[in-house]
Design a protein around this ligand. Structure first.
Ligand code: NAD
Ligand code: ZN
Length: 313
């Protein structure tokens, strides 16, 4: 795939730092939100033609024969390869993906805006599905102003949920403009569980944490509504653990569930929400050579939405 644009995900930052227990290959080209044009294909590939638009995502290839692949849990395939982690990624002009896992991008979808859907959009859409809630229920999105969070707010709005967004002071206007009903500033509020319980009148039916904050996870298991679900998406650096008060956990019958990207059907559905205009993809386009500057902004928590790299610059 001739990659035209590639999104900058916080997971790329973790890969660069090497701060998870699961280590990337070295040397490594980062990137797993690559959108571009098919320029070559293997002789057995029948589902793509030269000139088609394609996305290269985190799940670069899977074995298609394990029990996880069999049941469409492809992102749990033990034989999967991951773009920008265990195979070379998309921070370059030409990248390779297995044709089964490459995403089909409709020609009427802007490639720069499509890039963040391939990880951020897909991941939050799947996390919301995994939350197993109904239209009208409360969902709290932690880290709502970042790359995953901005899209999470919009998918949640499109799916009919009431949204309580949590992020820093500098993200408030941005997050409310994307459709959040309520906002809590984690810098300004000292007792977050108390405030969340008040705003949602007894706790949200689901919580999606897309921040790296370990404290936010501990808060979430305290304030989620009885019978509700905390979906773990954000990946703090290695060694972080989550503890929970067992008696309270059992008596409130709460669920705590990890969620990692999504399968091919989730990918198609997430792209379709965007194509139909139900979610926007707000991107800031800079050159590939500016990736180090983007990581600095990410470190400081200053990014609103997603930065996308133009691979020609
Ligand atoms: P990002 O840097 O764009 O956004 C993170 C946001 O969290 C920022 O807006 C930041 O201000 C906010 N934040 C930090 N501390 C907070 C706190 N205590 N309370 C509320 N908000 C807080 O990052 P991103 O690209 O959106 O990625 C987010 C996380 O998701 C990373 O850990 C990344 O590795 C992970 N991720 C997981 C999956 C998956 O499949 N599970 C997929 C992609 C990314
Ligand atoms: Zn990602």
């Amino acid at each position: 795939v001739n990659i035209k644009y590639t999104g900058v995900c916080n997971s790329d930052y973790h890969a660069w730092k090497g701060d998870w227990a699961f280590k990337p290959i070295l040397p490594l080209v980062l990137g797993h939100e690559g959108a571009g044009v098919v320029v070559a294909k293997g002789e057995n590939v029948t589902n793509f033609e030269i000139g088609d638009h394609a996305g290269v995502k985190w799940v670069n290839s899977t074995c298609q024969s394990c029990s996880f692949c069999e049941e469409a849990h492809e992102s749990s395939c033990p034989n999967q390869k991951n773009s920008g982690y265990t195979v070379q990624g998309t921070y370059q002009q030409y990248a390779v993906a297995n044709a089964v896992q490459a995403a089909h991008l409709p020609k009427d979808v802007d490639l720069a805006k499509a890039a963040p859907l391939l990880c951020a959009g897909l991941t939050v859409y799947k996390a919301l599905k995994n939350a197993n809630i109904r239209a009208g229920d409360w969902v709290t999105i932690i880290g709502a102003g970042g790359g995953l969070g901005t899209l999470a707010v919009q998918y949640a709005r499109a799916m009919g949920y009431k949204i309580l967004a949590i992020d820093g002071t500098n993200k408030k206007d941005h997050v409310l403009s994307k459709g959040a009903d309520e906002f809590i500033d984690f810098n300004a509020v000292s007792d977050i569980p108390e405030e969340v319980l008040k705003v949602t009148e007894g706790g949200p039916h689901a919580v999606i944490n897309v921040s790296n904050s370990v404290k936010a996870y501990h808060d979430a298991v305290k304030y989620v509504r009885p019978t509700g679900t905390v979906v773990l998406v954000g990946l703090p650096k290695g060694g972080a653990t989550l503890s929970t008060d067992i008696v309270s956990h059992v008596l409130r019958a709460i669920n705590v569930k990890g969620s990692v990207v999504g399968n091919r059907a989730d990918t198609r559905e997430a792209i379709e929400f965007f194509r139909r205009g139900k979610v926007e993809s707000q991107v800031k386009i800079v050159g590939l050579s500016e990736a180090p500057e983007v990581f600095k902004l990410m470190e400081k928590g200053e990014i609103l939405g997603r930065y996308v790299l133009d691979t020609t610059k």
